[in-house]
Design a binder for this molecule. Structure first.
Ligand SMILES: O=C(O)C(=O)C[C@]1(C(=O)O)C=C[C@@H](O)C=C1
Length: 360
C-alpha cells in the first residue's frame, strides 16, 4: 500500500473520530437532560434503568450489520451508557472481592467501567452493603456450569429484602499462574475451592504431588502465590495481571465450556422489557405429590420454567424449599395468575425479582 493511500485512510479515520467524539458528547448531554427530568419529577432512587439499557443493547445488537461482532458492539455501547450514567451520578456497586475476582469481571461486564466498585470479602457482606444502602447494587455468583449452585447465595436470597435486578453470564477461563519456572518446582497450589474443583483433572495429571489449598478467592490465591516461588495459583487472567504473575499454563479448567452465572442485587425490580426472567422460591408442607401440585399452575398457564433447584429449608429437617426461574415478568398476566393459584397451596412463596434476560 502506498504512503499516500495510508495517510488518506488515516485522515478519514481522524474525521470519523471527530464525528464520534461530537456524537458521544451529544448523547451524554441528552442523558444529563434525562437525569434533570428524573430529578425534577422526584423519581426515587438512582438513575440506573436496567430495562431501558437492555432494550437499547438489544436494538443495537439486532441492527448491527458488522464488521464489528455482537460482543464488541454490546461492550462498546455498554461503556458509553456507563459513562453517561456516571455523569448523572456514579453507581456504587459492591461485589465479592478482592479486586481481580471473576465477580468483579461480571460486575464490569454488566455495568461498564464508570462505576465505583467496592470489593467485599464475602457474599453476606455484599448483601449487607446493599441492604444498608451503602451501595446501590451488588454482584454475587449463583451457579457454575461444572460445580453447580452457590448455596450461600441461594440461602441469603431467602432471608433478604433485596430483589434480583439482573443476571450476568461469564465464560470462566482458569490459568495456572506462578513465579516458578517449571511445573516440577510447584509444591502447593492455591485457589478458591470452586477453582480447584474446576481444574481437578488437570491438577491430577500435571501436578499430582502438589498440595491443594483452598482460600477465600482466586484473586487471593494469586496474591499468595506471588509471595512464594514454590507455589502456584489457579486464577483468572485479570488476577494474574493484578499481581504481576506469569501464566505458566493457560485455560486449565476441565470443561471446555465452563461458565458462571452471577446475580445483580438491588432494591427495586426493573420494568418489563418483553424478554425477562422471574426468580422465585416456594415451599409446600411435605405430602405426596406436593411439588407437582404446586407447579401445576405453571403448566396450565403455559409458562416456561428454566430452572428448578431444591435446598434444605431453614425451618425443619427433611423439608425443602425450591428455587425456580421462569421466562417472563411478574407483571405479565399469565405469571400473575399462576402465582395467585400457587400462593393458595404454598407454605412459602417469595418473588425474588423480575429482570431483563442477559443481553449477548
Ligand atoms: O434513559 C434513561 O433513563 C437514562 O438515564 C439514559 C441512559 C442512557 O445512557 O441511555 C443512562 C442510564 C440508564 O441506566 C439508562 C439509559
Amino acid at each position: 500500500m502506498s504512503e499516500e493511500s495510508l495517510s488518506a485512510i488515516r485522515a478519514r479515520i481522524d474525521e470519523i473520530d471527530d464525528q464520534l467524539l461530537g456524537l458521544v458528547n451529544e448523547r451524554a448531554q441528552a442523558a444529563m437532560e434525562v437525569a434533570r427530568i428524573k430529578r425534577e419529577s422526584g423519581e426515587p432512587g438512582d438513575f440506573y434503568r436496567p430495562a431501558r439499557e437492555a432494550e437499547i443493547l438489544r436494538r443495537l445488537r439486532d441492527a448491527n450489520t458488522g464488521p464489528l461482532g455482537t460482543d464488541e458492539v454490546i461492550r462498546l455501547f455498554r461503556e458509553v451508557m456507563s459513562a453517561c450514567l456516571a455523569l448523572q451520578r456514579p453507581l456504587r456497586v459492591a461485589f465479592l472481592g478482592p479486586e481481580g475476582t471473576f465477580t468483579q469481571e461480571a460486575a464490569l461486564k454488566h455495568f461498564g467501567h464508570s462505576i465505583r466498585s467496592q470489593p467485599l470479602d464475602g457474599i453476606d457482606a455484599v448483601f449487607r452493603e446493599v441492604e444498608s444502602n451503602s451501595a446501590e447494587y451488588g454482584v454475587v455468583p449463583v451457579e457454575n456450569s461444572t460445580e453447580g449452585m452457590v448455596t450461600h447465595t441461594l440461602d441469603r436470597l431467602l432471608s433478604s429484602p433485596l430483589q434480583i435486578v439482573g443476571e450476568v453470564e461469564l465464560p470462566i477461563v482458569q490459568n495456572l499462574v506462578t513465579k516458578a519456572e517449571r511445573l516440577a518446582d510447584i509444591e502447593r497450589v492455591y485457589s478458591h475451592q470452586q477453582g480447584l474443583a474446576q481444574c481437578r483433572l488437570w491438577l491430577e495429571t500435571h501436578l499430582p504431588n502438589a498440595e491443594r489449598i483452598a482460600v477465600a478467592s482466586t484473586a487471593e490465591a494469586a496474591r499468595m502465590a506471588g509471595e512464594d516461588k514454590s507455589a502456584g495459583a489457579i486464577a483468572s487472567t485479570s488476577a494474574a495481571d493484578r499481581y504481576a504473575l506469569p501464566i505458566l499454563h493457560a485455560s486449565v479448567q476441565d470443561g471446555a465450556a465452563n461458565s458462571t452465572r452471577f446475580l445483580v442485587l438491588g432494591r427495586e425490580s426493573p420494568q418489563s422489557t418483553g424478554e425477562d426472567k422471574t426468580s422465585l422460591v416456594i415451599a409446600r408442607d411435605n405430602q405426596p405429590g406436593g411439588l407437582a401440585g404446586l407447579l401445576a399452575p405453571l403448566a396450565r398457564y403455559g409458562l416456561n420454567m428454566t430452572r428448578l433447584e431444591s435446598r434444605p429449608s431453614p425451618e425443619g429437617m427433611w423439608e425443602y424449599v425450591f428455587f425456580i426461574d421462569l421466562e417472563g415478568h411478574a407483571e405479565d398476566i399469565a405469571i400473575k395468575r399462576a402465582l395467585t393459584e400457587m400462593q393458595q397451596l404454598a407454605s412459602l412463596l417469595k418473588v425474588l425479582g423480575s429482570y431483563p434476560r442477559s443481553v449477548s
